[in-house]
Design a protein around this ligand. Structure first.
Ligand code: ADE
Length: 237
Protein backbone atom coordinates (compact mmCIF):
# COMPACT_ATOMS: atom_id res chain seq x y z
CA UNK A 1 0.00 0.00 0.00
CA UNK A 2 1.07 3.55 -0.65
CA UNK A 3 -0.14 6.43 1.53
CA UNK A 4 0.38 10.09 0.56
CA UNK A 5 -0.48 12.69 3.19
CA UNK A 6 -1.28 16.27 2.09
CA UNK A 7 -0.82 18.84 4.85
CA UNK A 8 0.28 22.42 5.43
CA UNK A 9 2.24 21.16 8.46
CA UNK A 10 4.52 18.39 7.13
CA UNK A 11 6.80 18.71 10.19
CA UNK A 12 3.86 17.63 12.33
CA UNK A 13 4.46 14.08 11.09
CA UNK A 14 8.17 14.11 12.13
CA UNK A 15 8.63 10.65 13.63
CA UNK A 16 5.07 9.42 14.10
CA UNK A 17 5.44 6.66 11.53
CA UNK A 18 8.82 5.53 12.89
CA UNK A 19 7.67 3.27 15.71
CA UNK A 20 6.33 -0.20 16.32
CA UNK A 21 4.12 -1.90 13.77
CA UNK A 22 4.10 1.05 11.34
CA UNK A 23 7.88 1.26 11.31
CA UNK A 24 8.18 -2.49 10.79
CA UNK A 25 5.61 -2.43 7.97
CA UNK A 26 7.50 0.41 6.25
CA UNK A 27 10.85 -1.36 6.57
CA UNK A 28 9.31 -4.59 5.24
CA UNK A 29 7.93 -2.74 2.20
CA UNK A 30 4.32 -3.46 3.20
CA UNK A 31 3.52 0.26 3.15
CA UNK A 32 5.19 3.37 1.80
CA UNK A 33 4.19 6.63 3.49
CA UNK A 34 5.00 10.04 2.00
CA UNK A 35 4.12 13.43 3.49
CA UNK A 36 3.69 16.40 1.12
CA UNK A 37 3.51 20.12 1.87
CA UNK A 38 0.36 21.57 0.26
CA UNK A 39 2.11 24.96 0.20
CA UNK A 40 4.51 23.65 -2.43
CA UNK A 41 1.57 23.37 -4.78
CA UNK A 42 0.33 26.93 -4.13
CA UNK A 43 0.00 28.92 -7.31
CA UNK A 44 0.38 32.57 -6.27
CA UNK A 45 3.59 34.31 -5.32
CA UNK A 46 2.71 34.43 -1.61
CA UNK A 47 2.13 30.67 -1.58
CA UNK A 48 -1.32 31.15 -0.06
CA UNK A 49 -3.17 28.01 0.97
CA UNK A 50 -6.19 29.66 2.62
CA UNK A 51 -8.52 32.60 2.10
CA UNK A 52 -11.59 34.28 3.60
CA UNK A 53 -14.95 32.51 3.21
CA UNK A 54 -17.43 33.73 0.61
CA UNK A 55 -20.56 34.93 2.37
CA UNK A 56 -18.54 36.08 5.39
CA UNK A 57 -18.05 34.44 8.73
CA UNK A 58 -15.21 33.45 11.03
CA UNK A 59 -11.97 31.82 10.09
CA UNK A 60 -10.30 30.90 6.86
CA UNK A 61 -11.05 28.28 4.22
CA UNK A 62 -8.41 26.19 2.48
CA UNK A 63 -8.13 27.20 -1.19
CA UNK A 64 -8.92 24.62 -3.87
CA UNK A 65 -6.05 25.32 -6.34
CA UNK A 66 -3.10 23.92 -4.30
CA UNK A 67 -5.05 20.78 -3.39
CA UNK A 68 -6.14 20.20 -7.00
CA UNK A 69 -2.52 20.70 -8.12
CA UNK A 70 -1.26 18.22 -5.52
CA UNK A 71 -3.79 15.57 -6.59
CA UNK A 72 -2.98 16.15 -10.28
CA UNK A 73 0.70 15.69 -9.39
CA UNK A 74 0.08 12.48 -7.42
CA UNK A 75 -2.64 10.84 -9.52
CA UNK A 76 -2.37 12.43 -12.95
CA UNK A 77 -6.02 13.48 -12.85
CA UNK A 78 -8.42 15.59 -10.79
CA UNK A 79 -11.46 13.54 -11.78
CA UNK A 80 -12.27 11.02 -9.07
CA UNK A 81 -14.10 8.87 -11.63
CA UNK A 82 -10.77 8.39 -13.43
CA UNK A 83 -8.82 7.17 -10.38
CA UNK A 84 -7.60 3.56 -10.53
CA UNK A 85 -9.98 1.27 -8.60
CA UNK A 86 -7.71 0.85 -5.56
CA UNK A 87 -7.11 4.59 -5.17
CA UNK A 88 -8.99 6.48 -2.46
CA UNK A 89 -8.71 10.18 -1.72
CA UNK A 90 -9.77 10.76 1.87
CA UNK A 91 -10.63 14.13 3.38
CA UNK A 92 -10.25 14.12 7.17
CA UNK A 93 -12.94 16.39 8.60
CA UNK A 94 -15.46 16.44 11.45
CA UNK A 95 -18.21 16.32 8.78
CA UNK A 96 -17.06 12.92 7.56
CA UNK A 97 -18.44 9.43 8.04
CA UNK A 98 -17.24 8.18 11.39
CA UNK A 99 -14.18 5.94 11.42
CA UNK A 100 -14.98 2.46 12.75
CA UNK A 101 -12.95 -0.73 12.69
CA UNK A 102 -15.00 -1.89 9.69
CA UNK A 103 -14.03 1.26 7.75
CA UNK A 104 -10.34 0.65 8.49
CA UNK A 105 -10.77 -3.01 7.53
CA UNK A 106 -12.45 -2.14 4.25
CA UNK A 107 -9.71 0.33 3.27
CA UNK A 108 -6.97 -2.14 4.30
CA UNK A 109 -8.59 -4.85 2.17
CA UNK A 110 -9.64 -2.82 -0.88
CA UNK A 111 -7.28 0.14 -1.30
CA UNK A 112 -3.67 0.10 -2.47
CA UNK A 113 -3.18 3.86 -2.71
CA UNK A 114 -4.55 6.34 -0.19
CA UNK A 115 -4.22 10.10 -0.41
CA UNK A 116 -5.10 11.73 2.91
CA UNK A 117 -6.03 15.41 2.80
CA UNK A 118 -5.66 17.14 6.17
CA UNK A 119 -8.14 20.01 6.45
CA UNK A 120 -7.37 23.07 8.57
CA UNK A 121 -9.06 26.28 9.68
CA UNK A 122 -12.82 26.39 9.26
CA UNK A 123 -12.74 23.92 6.43
CA UNK A 124 -11.77 23.14 2.88
CA UNK A 125 -13.34 24.64 -0.25
CA UNK A 126 -16.25 22.28 -0.98
CA UNK A 127 -15.18 21.81 -4.62
CA UNK A 128 -12.38 19.63 -3.27
CA UNK A 129 -15.04 17.38 -1.78
CA UNK A 130 -17.23 17.48 -4.88
CA UNK A 131 -14.51 16.51 -7.35
CA UNK A 132 -11.45 14.96 -5.70
CA UNK A 133 -12.59 13.20 -2.54
CA UNK A 134 -13.85 9.62 -2.55
CA UNK A 135 -14.26 9.27 1.24
CA UNK A 136 -14.79 11.99 3.86
CA UNK A 137 -13.85 10.55 7.25
CA UNK A 138 -14.13 11.84 10.82
CA UNK A 139 -12.35 10.07 13.67
CA UNK A 140 -15.04 11.00 16.19
CA UNK A 141 -17.57 13.54 17.39
CA UNK A 142 -15.14 16.22 18.51
CA UNK A 143 -13.39 19.02 16.68
CA UNK A 144 -9.63 18.95 16.27
CA UNK A 145 -7.69 21.98 15.11
CA UNK A 146 -6.82 20.12 11.96
CA UNK A 147 -7.01 16.81 10.17
CA UNK A 148 -3.37 15.89 10.92
CA UNK A 149 -3.96 13.86 14.11
CA UNK A 150 -6.89 12.18 12.34
CA UNK A 151 -4.66 11.21 9.39
CA UNK A 152 -2.24 9.62 11.85
CA UNK A 153 -5.05 7.70 13.57
CA UNK A 154 -6.46 6.49 10.25
CA UNK A 155 -3.02 5.45 8.95
CA UNK A 156 -2.27 3.49 12.11
CA UNK A 157 -5.65 1.75 12.12
CA UNK A 158 -5.25 0.69 8.48
CA UNK A 159 -1.56 -0.26 8.34
CA UNK A 160 -1.77 -2.70 11.23
CA UNK A 161 -4.48 -4.57 9.32
CA UNK A 162 -2.39 -5.03 6.16
CA UNK A 163 -1.40 -8.66 5.55
CA UNK A 164 1.88 -9.48 7.35
CA UNK A 165 2.00 -6.13 9.23
CA UNK A 166 1.42 -7.64 12.68
CA UNK A 167 3.87 -10.50 12.18
CA UNK A 168 3.13 -14.15 12.66
CA UNK A 169 2.91 -14.11 16.47
CA UNK A 170 0.04 -11.63 16.71
CA UNK A 171 -3.26 -11.17 14.97
CA UNK A 172 -5.96 -8.58 14.63
CA UNK A 173 -8.70 -11.19 14.98
CA UNK A 174 -8.98 -10.72 18.73
CA UNK A 175 -8.81 -6.92 18.69
CA UNK A 176 -11.55 -4.88 20.24
CA UNK A 177 -14.40 -4.29 17.72
CA UNK A 178 -13.30 -7.01 15.30
CA UNK A 179 -16.19 -9.16 16.57
CA UNK A 180 -18.39 -6.27 17.72
CA UNK A 181 -17.16 -6.48 21.32
CA UNK A 182 -14.41 -4.81 23.33
CA UNK A 183 -11.31 -6.87 24.01
CA UNK A 184 -11.09 -8.98 27.19
CA UNK A 185 -8.67 -8.08 30.05
CA UNK A 186 -5.08 -9.33 29.87
CA UNK A 187 -2.57 -10.28 32.58
CA UNK A 188 1.11 -11.17 32.64
CA UNK A 189 3.67 -12.14 35.31
CA UNK A 190 3.92 -11.87 38.25
CA UNK A 191 0.89 -14.00 39.18
CA UNK A 192 0.65 -12.03 42.42
CA UNK A 193 1.49 -8.31 42.52
CA UNK A 194 0.94 -6.06 45.57
CA UNK A 195 -1.53 -8.60 46.89
CA UNK A 196 -3.50 -8.64 43.61
CA UNK A 197 -3.82 -12.00 41.92
CA UNK A 198 -4.43 -13.11 38.36
CA UNK A 199 -7.76 -14.89 37.71
CA UNK A 200 -7.23 -18.59 38.49
CA UNK A 201 -8.69 -19.75 35.16
CA UNK A 202 -5.79 -18.19 33.23
CA UNK A 203 -3.26 -20.26 35.18
CA UNK A 204 -4.77 -23.73 34.77
CA UNK A 205 -3.87 -24.33 31.09
CA UNK A 206 -7.43 -25.37 30.11
CA UNK A 207 -7.79 -23.57 26.79
CA UNK A 208 -11.50 -24.17 26.34
CA UNK A 209 -12.17 -22.68 29.79
CA UNK A 210 -9.84 -19.78 29.09
CA UNK A 211 -11.62 -18.94 25.82
CA UNK A 212 -15.00 -19.15 27.56
CA UNK A 213 -13.78 -16.80 30.34
CA UNK A 214 -12.37 -14.35 27.79
CA UNK A 215 -15.68 -14.27 25.93
CA UNK A 216 -17.59 -13.59 29.14
CA UNK A 217 -15.18 -10.86 30.21
CA UNK A 218 -15.35 -9.20 26.79
CA UNK A 219 -19.15 -9.18 27.00
CA UNK A 220 -19.03 -7.83 30.59
CA UNK A 221 -16.71 -5.01 29.68
CA UNK A 222 -18.77 -4.13 26.60
CA UNK A 223 -21.97 -4.01 28.70
CA UNK A 224 -20.32 -1.68 31.19
CA UNK A 225 -18.33 0.64 28.92
CA UNK A 226 -20.07 0.47 25.53
CA UNK A 227 -23.65 -0.80 25.79
CA UNK A 228 -24.33 0.95 22.46
CA UNK A 229 -22.22 -1.71 20.72
CA UNK A 230 -24.67 -4.38 21.90
CA UNK A 231 -27.88 -2.60 20.96
CA UNK A 232 -26.53 -1.22 17.69
CA UNK A 233 -27.70 2.24 18.82
CA UNK A 234 -24.45 3.82 17.74
CA UNK A 235 -24.90 2.96 14.08
CA UNK A 236 -22.98 0.28 12.28
CA UNK A 237 -19.53 -0.80 13.15
N1 ADE B 1 -10.53 17.64 11.66
C1 ADE B 1 -11.03 18.31 12.71
N2 ADE B 1 -11.73 17.49 13.51
C2 ADE B 1 -11.68 16.25 12.95
C3 ADE B 1 -12.21 14.99 13.29
N3 ADE B 1 -12.95 14.80 14.38
N4 ADE B 1 -11.96 13.95 12.47
C4 ADE B 1 -11.24 14.13 11.35
N5 ADE B 1 -10.70 15.29 10.98
C5 ADE B 1 -10.92 16.36 11.77
Amino acid sequence: MRIDVLTIFPEFFGQVFDFGIIRRARLAGIVEINVHDIREFAVDKHKMTDDRPFGGGDGMVMKPEPIFAAIEHLLGTTDRNAYPSGTKVVLLSPQGKQLKQAVARSLADNADHLVLICGRYEGVDERVNETLVTNEISIGDYVLSGGEPAAIVLTDAIVRLLPEALGSDTSAENDSFSDGLLDCPHYTRPAEFMGMTVPEVLLNGNHAEIEKWRGEMALDKTKRNRPDLLTGENGDM
